[in-house]
Design a protein around this ligand. Structure first.
Ligand SMILES: NC(=O)c1ccc[n+]([C@@H]2O[C@H](COP(=O)([O-])OP(=O)(O)OC[C@H]3O[C@@H](n4cnc5c(N)ncnc54)[C@H](OP(=O)(O)O)[C@@H]3O)[C@@H](O)[C@H]2O)c1
Length: 370
């Protein structure tokens, strides 16, 4: 009896010991990295009255936090959402909390449907000064297809933003200072793109399920591929846009949002993640607060100096975003992966996206500036 009980205790100890190892290793790693991560700093407030900012994915996480700050700064917000009930809740809250700002325009747009993107662009007739491609899904690591037959992350995180940019470009061109912001991720560095898979199988890399990460699932798979596609797109776009419209990509922050809730944790892993890993990561500064996390995309979407450059990639992991000792437009500029900087890949992806979306006018008719 006593032997059985001690066997059981030994098993429980072994199980907890096993489960704690990755958390301990990760905690040491994040602590190490945190020492090298600069503080985000206070943003310069920009008066956004009269500017129309369209943000996708503003019902949750970074997009919502960005929208809140921009409402405080009096921007006219256009927030296309896939779930109108969630959109209505945002509208109700914003009209109460920010009575001085124009009420946001809430409209339906599901990025998993090309028809829905086209319908939105047709129905929204107003101006656009800043277009923020923020919405994304993490994906499951399985090959899931949208109604258009594309792999889910490819379409929601990248291809639909390509189509939306194409459709809204005439509006951005009418702006005195048009700006396109691609909320990508550091995870773009793990991405891979096979032009052959894209053309023949409508997926950025058919082998992506093999790159699944333990506990973070598709973060290293088709999610990373779609984030790479966003950076490639921004670079190819920079060569085609008129001088009054600029484009930038960025890594926002590491922060618990709806996105990480999609990670395929078991109940035990979720408990450990929420109650052990998250507090440690927050404590050492690896994950950002709700206040700091959206600052990079707010800064890149609003700071006047960022209109003087194009095709850049910003990150809070680089020198401070503000007061970095250089001209404001160069603060926070970060390097991109070798694949993202590959001009041949940038152009091949751009041209293939035009083909897949059956577009041959506007952006898709422009030849790139050298
Ligand atoms: N959180 C991080 O640590 C982190 C790190 C690096 C990069 N990022 C990037 O930051 C951006 C924002 O992510 P988040 O962390 O704030 O995630 P989030 O809280 O999950 O927000 C994602 C938003 O995208 C919307 N969305 C998802 N699928 C959509 C679809 N088919 N059509 C229209 N909208 C859709 C969601 O709408 P619903 O509310 O209807 O679901 C939600 O509003 C993403 O581009 C992400 O890749 C985040």
């Amino acid at each position: 009896m006593a032997k059985q009980a001690s066997n059981r205790i030994a098993k429980i100890k072994a199980l907890f010991g096993f489960m704690c190892v990755p958390y301990l290793v990760a905690a040491i790693a994040v602590g190490w990295q945190a020492l090298a991560t600069p503080a985000v700093g206070e943003l310069e407030e920009v008066d956004m009255r009269g500017k129309t900012v369209l943000i996708t994915g503003a019902t949750s996480g970074l997009g919502l936090w960005q929208a809140e700050v921009l409402a405080r700064w009096n921007a006219s917000l256009v927030l296309p959402v896939r779930d109108l009930k969630k959109g209505q809740a945002v509208l109700d809250r914003f009209t109460q909390e920010f009575p001085q700002a124009p009420a946001p325009v809430i409209m339906e747009m599901d990025l998993a449907s090309l028809q829905s993107v086209r319908d939105f662009a047709e129905q929204y007739a107003g101006p656009v000064d800043v277009l923020v491609h923020n919405a994304a899904v993490l994906g499951t690591g399985e090959l899931l297809r949208t109604e258009d037959g594309f792999e889910e992350c490819l379409q929601v995180n990248y291809l639909s933003s390509f189509l939306l940019t194409h459709l809204l470009l005439p509006r951005l061109q009418q702006s005195a200072a048009g700006r396109i912001v691609h909320v990508s991720a550091k995870a773009h560095e793990w991405g891979n793109i096979s032009m052959q898979d894209l053309r023949s199988r409508k997926v950025l890399d058919l082998d992506f399920p093999k790159r699944r990460l333990r506990m973070m699932g598709n973060l290293g798979g088709s999610y990373a591929d779609s984030k790479l596609a966003q950076v490639l797109f921004s670079n190819a776009l920079a060569r085609r846009l008129p001088p009054n419209v600029v484009t930038h990509a960025l890594h926002p922050a590491i922060v618990p949002t709806g996105l990480l809730r999609q990670a395929d944790f078991s109940a035990v892993q979720k408990f450990l993640h929420d109650n052990m890993m998250q507090p440690v990561m927050r404590l050492v500064g690896f994950t950002q607060s709700e206040e700091d996390a959206p600052k990079t995309q707010i800064h890149v979407s609003t700071h006047p100096a960022i209109q003087d450059v194009t095709g850049r990639y910003y990150s809070p992991l680089s020198p401070p975003l503000v007061h970095c000792g250089q001209k404001a437009e160069y603060c926070g500029i970060s390097s991109i992966s070798e694949a993202a900087a590959d001009r041949f890949l940038q152009e091949a992806l751009f041209e293939t996206s035009c083909e897949l979306l059956d577009l041959n006018n506007g952006l898709c008719a422009e030849s790139p500036d050298s």
